[in-house]
Design a binder for this molecule. Sequence first.
Ligand code: CTP
Length: 434
Amino acid sequence: MRVVLGVAGGIAAYKAAHLLRLLRADGHDVTVVPTASALRFVGEPTWSALSGHPVATDVWSDAHEVPHVSLGRAADLVVVAPATADLLARAAHGLADDLLTNVLLTATCPVVLAPAMHTEMWENAATRANVALLRERGVTVVDPAVGRLTGADSGAGRLPEPEELLDHARGALSGAAAAAGSGPRERDLLGRHVVVTAGGTREPLDPVRFLGNASSGRQGVALAEAARERGASVHLVAAHVEVALPEAEPGGLRVTRVGTAAELHAVVRDAVRDADVLVMAAAVADFRPARTATDKIKKADDGAVPVVELVRTVDVLADVSAHRPHPGLLVVGFAAETGDATGTVREHAERKLRSKGCDLLVVNDVSGGGVFGRPDNDVLVLERAPDGTVQVHAGDGLRGSKPVVAHGVWDVVARHRRGGGAAGHAGDVSDPGV
Ligand code: CTP
């Protein structure tokens, strides 16, 4: 989402630098519009370095791009932190004497103002009237916190902490999404960090040969892209894939390429430390050659063929499920199953869910032929409840193109987290989203 972060001239401007980082970590594209006096507190290089964008400070710079109109029009959210008494007054009365007030006049998106000032100014009748007027017009004016102010004094007027302001920003964005009919689901991974593996690993036999598999990586890449669309910061761990990988976005999407199961294991073990969700969509080799020849294996003159000894690879899914770096990590596995004399697809899948120790298992029924490389998919999702019972999800949302199925899987993940999830995840019961 495109966020304009306005900064007015108050000592709390330094806190806006942290808010900027949080907004970027949430995946937003943030343009900072400081007022002239804000720049006396925190300089232009800080804002441009942290936002990754040039900083527009007045209506006259880059006039050919008409920033006083284009910034406000294009924004999905405008947040002003800190909003001084002067800024509130100018906003309430529709003044347009600098770039920030122009942005406020042209914005059609939600506007969140976070005032910070001395208690007397906050309580002054003029400020109260301005705040009332702004609120009446639908602007969110956050109540300032009570506490230590700039000098030795304390009272109402402190800028709330950046984390709290981030919650207001998220609330304004999801409220707007709901009003637009796209529903809050669209951004329900905001603030979450997810790791998604995709593609097939390759286990080398010699410098030119490997044991591989037919995974195209389509479903894994679609899952990473869907998570990104829903606001998550995503780490995509890609083995061999046949589809284009999404472009990395600083703070929003990271891609790490891996070759073998062992490389994937090492990257994933490290990546999940600060993740909320791991989705193991990669087709990881179960076996690898016991030895990798350093030189290309030659055909023997006598026609003898080499015998390749295989050894088991680490089961990454089972290992991460059993050794979670923190109890909040939700682990989602994948399985390809066929029904046979020993059980139905669902029975096999249920056994796999338990043996792998993951929370959710996305199951491809491959009885009628593989799904590898096909653009569409049809899956069951098995969900382990805290009491050990297993719930099965299927049907609409879990059938269709791989992007549709990807969103269907994230829907189940989101509901699972909201419902408290599997054993060991009780701490997330009150989570508003995933
Ligand atoms: N997996 C893994 N590490 C492995 C092998 C598989 O993490 N060394 C993960 C895959 O990413 C996937 C799930 O485990 O999430 C698949 O389990 P697997 O036991 O390979 O099941 P199937 O692919 O269904 O194959 P089979 O039951 O025939 O072994």
